[in-house]
Design a protein around this ligand. Structure first.
Ligand SMILES: Cc1ncc(COP(=O)(O)O)c(C=O)c1O
Length: 355
């Protein structure tokens, strides 16, 4: 595909804001690059995508997104290599997933050529906002909101698909402490847990706030019916190393099918690490923590890549994890970043050149 395939309306900024940004002290998600993309769905059709300077937009208070939460999003990153080439990591997966999420929320699917053409054009325009190396990236946030006016409780007949971007440094620069959920739930069978629906995240903030008040960083969600099986963290999938085996829950309709997760499972296979994709019980993890077999827990997701868990709370008790030599987490993080920053071969064809 090239940029002449799809018509885009482009309005460039007159003056870039890039010189006002301190790229060494970024707060995740707070600063946006110069341009954004939007595309409206009106009369049953996606209109011409527009690229415009990032900024506020007008939307009526009765727009359905404000009342019924009909909104989905994605999170992806662009990386710059030493030769100033910009790369995306498995972006087709994000594209497919936003449409899967949209379908569950009765939002019309977005065309693939519109998505990639506008994303690539946006990245080319804002390429100076993608910084090289050291955990730097341009975080990309595609999202869709219901824009029809009127507070009747029904699906919207108008939508806006948007892409905004923000320069990012490493998300967590320290290990995290977690709690295994025993009271609240993130998702239920037949629900929207597998979708990146905005409401899934809003509903996590209160339980997470309670966890933070106890000095913990994140919740590891368990299955809603029994709280006996460990599923995922708020914005990450989760891996456990018991002995030399790597355990992670299978995805289902409560769990987000993470791209980092599936890449780590593949890398583990490539490197002869035994991966067990089966339900992970709280009991077996607590037992392994007590008898010293639990060597690592780490979270995996686009924002953080891989983050080490230093300990967990369950049933009022806190379990410290050991600090070990050559953790799997560090190995997988480096392996992924080496591919993302184009430092090594990419045997699975995961990278896509941005423009
Ligand atoms: C709930 C949830 N689980 C897992 C992930 C990790 O998915 P990915 O690796 O595709 O970023 C995310 C982030 O996107 C998430 O929001």
């Amino acid at each position: 595909m090239n940029s002449t395939d799809i018509k885009l309306d482009i309005t460039k900024v007159e003056n870039s804001r890039i010189d006002q940004v301190d790229f060494d002290n970024l707060k995740f998600g707070k600063i946006n690059a110069d341009h954004m993309m939007y595309c409206d769905y009106i009369d049953g059709e996606w209109q011409t995508p527009k690229i415009v300077p990032y900024g506020p937009m007008e939307i009526e208070p009765s727009a359905k997104v404000f009342h019924y939460g009909q909104a989905v999003f994605e999170g992806m990153k662009a990386f710059k290599d030493e030769d100033d080439q910009v790369w995306l990591f498995r972006p087709e997966q994000n594209f497919e997933r936003i449409n899967k999420s949209s379908k569950r929320l009765a939002i019309p699917e977005f065309p693939k050529d519109y998505f990639f053409n506008s994303l690539k054009t946006l990245l080319e325009l804002d390429k100076d906002w993608v910084k090289k190396g050291g955990g730097n990236s341009l975080y990309i946030r595609p999202f869709v909101i219901a824009t029809e006016n009127g507070v009747s409780a029904s699906e919207s007949d108008q939508y806006r698909f948007m892409i905004i971007t923000c320069p990012a440094q490493a998300y967590y620069n320290k290990p995290i402490k977690v709690i295994f959920a025993q009271e609240f739930s993130r998702a239920a069978d037949g629900g929207v847990g597998y979708a990146k629906a905005a409401g899934n995240y809003g509903a996590q903030f209160y339980p997470t706030k309670l966890a933070k008040a106890k000095g913990l960083d994140q919740i590891i969600w368990t299955d809603a019916s029994s709280h006996e099986y460990l599923e995922e963290a708020g914005t990450m999938n989760i891996f456990f190393r018991v002995g030399d085996k790597l355990l992670t829950a299978p995805t289902n309709d409560r769990i987000l099918d993470g791209i980092t997760r599936k890449s780590i499972i593949q890398l583990a296979k490539d490197n002869n690490v035994e991966v067990v994709v089966e339900k992970v019980s709280v009991k077996e993890i607590v037992k392994a923590a007590k008898n010293g077999e639990l060597k690592e827990i780490f979270g995996a997701g686009t924002a953080a890549t891989v983050v080490r868990v230093e300990g967990f709370e369950y049933d009022g008790e806190y379990y410290d994890l050991p600090t070990i030599d050559e953790p799997y987490g560090t190995f997988f993080k480096k392996s992924l970043q080496d591919i993302q920053y184009n430092r090594v071969e990419d045997p699975h064809g995961w990278k896509m050149k941005a423009f």
